[in-house]
Design a protein around this ligand. Structure first.
Ligand SMILES: *Cc1c(COP(=O)(O)O)cnc(C)c1O
Length: 402
């Protein structure tokens, strides 16, 4: 229960719920992780060594995919996926506006056109019916984002795509460890991207991966990651030139992950299930705490879409409050709760506005954006941290309730 003396908002001069800021996300690095990195630093290979393959195999095995290709970051991995999908000028790629800009930017890197499909009002994931509405003969790929960690309607989206020879790239930056109909995310779409940025489920500092079951896509991803260069005897135009010989077949990039990062990643993967379990517990506690608060909408979960909970987002019922999201957000920050907003709809960014995208193209996402706040969520949060967040949210919305 809130202490009566503590109901005055910190932003109005009262006592904050916490004395130090609780961030919205934070990595979990233990001594085993540090030891693994130090060992790699002492080894002959800092990059292009054995740790990359070990990490790729561990990721592939974890998600049940045949192949994994590690990249320097998740955005580079998405770029690789768009390249492997053959996206180029004149191609359209459908994605959600309710995501980090990288989910759309990767299409632009390849010269393709981004087409936004609106989201479901309850899960905030891309709406399969809205995808159908914007499909054209130019649609080359769908980039489906498992927003907050809850898998999209993969079966229906894969069905839509298969009939039309469209490639599905799953942006699973939020959903490592999530399950769809009892299967881990990562082996269902044509290609799946995971990010290892420190706020994501496991970290390599910077890093990303594409998993796939297709040998053809795998080869393209490998080529793209390393300058488009190959030493594969089967692929070389000139045979028997010698061991030093290589050829560049595509305009690739240097998007390689280092062995230092890969070693950290392998060590982190061993803790993933524990991290996901804790994230689920925290989300459950939030949902239970806010279930009876009529000013807050908690995120809907579909059966068989088992989220790994990267983000916990509350939606404010703005018509029941005397203040907007900005005031509630500022008040929570002053209570020392590191809230955040995920995300500004991608087409609101000036870059996309300049390309001609207008407000109004995805009304559900745009309305949602007005009232969302992401609460702190990371496995190292203690039960008293969770209680602080709940107390602060209750304190602030009570103040602004009509
Ligand atoms: C984090 C993230 C990315 C990009 O990953 P980086 O590793 O930071 O480049 C892409 N899409 C979504 C939805 C993300 O959250």
């Amino acid at each position: 229960m809130l202490n009566k003396l503590n109901t005055q908002l910190a932003i109005l001069g009262g006592q904050p719920v916490r004395t130090s800021l609780l961030p919205y996300g934070r990595q979990w690095i233990d001594e085993a992780d540090i030891e693994t990195v130090v060992q790699t630093l002492k080894s002959p290979f800092l990059t292009q060594g054995p740790k990359i393959k070990e990490f790729e195999e561990a990721v592939a095995q974890y998600v049940g995919a045949k192949y994994a290709v590690a990249f320097s970051n998740g955005t580079a991995a998405l770029h690789g996926a768009c390249f492997a999908a053959g996206i180029g000028e004149g191609d359209e790629v459908i994605t959600t506006p309710m995501t980090f800009a990288a989910s759309a930017n990767c299409v632009r890197y390849c010269g393709g056109e981004v087409v936004f499909a609106d989201i479901e009002a309850d899960t905030y994931n891309i709406d399969k019916y809205k995808i159908k509405d914007v499909l054209t003969s130019k649609t080359k790929a769908i980039i489906a984002v498992d927003f907050t960690g809850q898998p999209v309607d993969l079966d229906e989206i894969m069905d839509l795509a298969r009939d039309r020879k469209i490639i599905v790239i799953e942006d699973a930056a939020h959903s490592l460890g999530a399950e769809y109909k009892g299967r881990k995310v990562g082996a269902i779409a044509d290609m799946t991207m995971f990010s290892f940025h420190p706020v994501k489920h496991v970290t390599t500092g910077e890093g990303g991966v594409i998993t796939t079951n297709s040998a053809e896509l795998y080869e393209k991803l490998l080529l793209f990651r390393s300058h488009g260069i190959t030493r594969d005897q089967d692929l070389l135009e000139l045979k028997n030139e010698g061991d030093w010989y290589y050829e560049m077949h595509e305009l690739g990039f240097n998007y390689r992950m280092t062995d230092i990062q890969a070693a950290l990643g392998s060590s982190q993967l061993g803790k993933l299930d524990g991290f996901v379990k804790r994230r689920k517990e925290i989300a459950k506690q939030y949902s239970e705490a806010f279930a009876k608060n009529s000013t807050i909408i908690t995120p809907a979960q579909k059966p068989d879409h088992d989220s790994s909970w990267h983000l916990y987002i509350i939606q404010l019922k703005l018509d029941e409050l005397t203040a907007g999201r900005k005031e509630v957000f500022d008040a929570l920050r002053k209570e020392n709760i590191g809230v955040n907003v995920h995300y500004l709809p991608v087409h609101y960014h000036p870059y996309y506005k300049k390309l001609g995208y207008k407000k109004g193209i995805t009304p559900t996402a745009e309305a949602l954006y007005e009232g969302i706040i992401s609460l702190p969520l990371f496995p190292a949060m203690s039960d008293s941290d969770i209680q602080d967040v709940v107390n602060a949210v209750e304190k602030v919305v009570a103040h602004y309730r009509k």
